[in-house]
Design a binder for this molecule. Structure first.
Ligand code: HXC
Length: 260
């Protein structure tokens, strides 16, 4: 392939997990334009691939990603940002219907932390370091750092992270609810694959509805969200897979989902 900044491969026993590994070691996976383009294209391709049930984004043991590329941003201006829509392509990631798991070893700073938070689930290696150090270089987070962290960790902590620029350990990230589990670094990707495989046993159609419903909590009041959830729940009864899933339970056998 002609990828410069990432490595993609299908993994898992059934080869049904799309793995995207950020691979720009010289810059600790700093998220230059080319890297983000390759990343978003790889994720869309896996999203469109019927043989893929879930996607994993990871980096190296040293760095998940050390942020947006500071050298690339150095000479940009307010008007050039407006004209080129700096960082707008990042939003393509949130269009992905399939679950994305971030497997974070090493540094997840600035845009790297934001990238992890854009994913649906974060697993961290014991030596992972999260943070929003933009403030140190005279700017602020620009891809969700001031918005998503407060939702998973609360105001005081999110404020402290964004205003101090301090790094957070994996253990602290776990305690604050930023990540769901922590593993030894060398086990991290394999654990992410296990989770992705577990998710991929379910009906892809229903998994996508479930992801959509959880994400809706970000966008709505509780009563609106509950109503939305109920519509989707009722909607599952229009699918073959809902019928198959319940029939399999009653008949004490494994379901055979058809994605219909
Ligand atoms: C460009 C980067 C980079 C970055 C590291 N490098 N981070 N290049 N952009 N964000 C490069 C370094 O310049 C260096 O290359 C090489 O990677 C190794 O980094 P070192 O600093 O030598 O490593 P170390 O001493 O181990 O320190 C690691 C580090 C530090 C703590 C992660 O690199 C660091 O503080 N990086 C910047 C973190 C940051 O501020 N991120 C937020 C960026 S702003 P050379 O060739 O120079 O030796 C941001 C805005 C988000 O993300 C907006 C939305 C996306």
């Amino acid at each position: 392939s002609n990828l410069e900044y990432i490595i993609t491969k299908k993994v898992g026993e059934k080869n049904n997990i799309g793995l995207v590994q950020l691979n720009r070691p010289k810059a600790l996976n700093a998220l230059c334009d080319g890297l983000v383009t390759e990343l978003t294209e790889a994720v869309s391709a896996y999203d469109a691939d019927d043989k893929v049930g879930a996607i994993i984004v990871t980096g190296s043991e040293r760095a998940f990603a050390a942020g947006a590329d500071i050298k690339e941003m150095l000479n940009q201006t307010y008007s050039s940002n407006l004209k080129t829509g700096l960082l707008q392509q990042w939003d393509n990631l949130s269009k992905c219907k399939k679950p994305i798991i971030a497997a974070v070893n090493g540094f997840a700073l600035g845009g790297g932390c934001e990238l992890a938070m854009m994913c649906d689930i974060i697993y961290a290696g014991e030596k992972a370091k999260f943070g929003q150090p933009e403030i140190i270089i005279g700017t602020i987070p620009g891809a969700g750092g001031t918005q998503r962290m407060i939702r998973s960790c609360g105001k005081s902590f999110a404020m402290e992270v964004c205003l101090s620029g301090n790094q957070i350990t994996a253990q602290e990230a776990l305690m604050r609810g930023l990540v769901s589990k922590v593993f030894p670094p060398e086990k991290l990707v394999e654990e992410a694959i296990k989770l992705a495989e577990k998710i991929s046993e379910h009906s892809p159609l229903i998994v996508a509805l479930c992801k959509e419903s959880v994400n809706h909590a970000y966008e709505s009041t509780l009563s609106q969200g509950l109503k939305f959830e109920k519509k989707l729940f009722y909607g599952t009864f229009a699918t073959d897979d809902r019928k198959e899933g319940m029939a399999a339970f009653v008949e004490k056998r494994k379901p055979n989902f058809t994605n219909n």
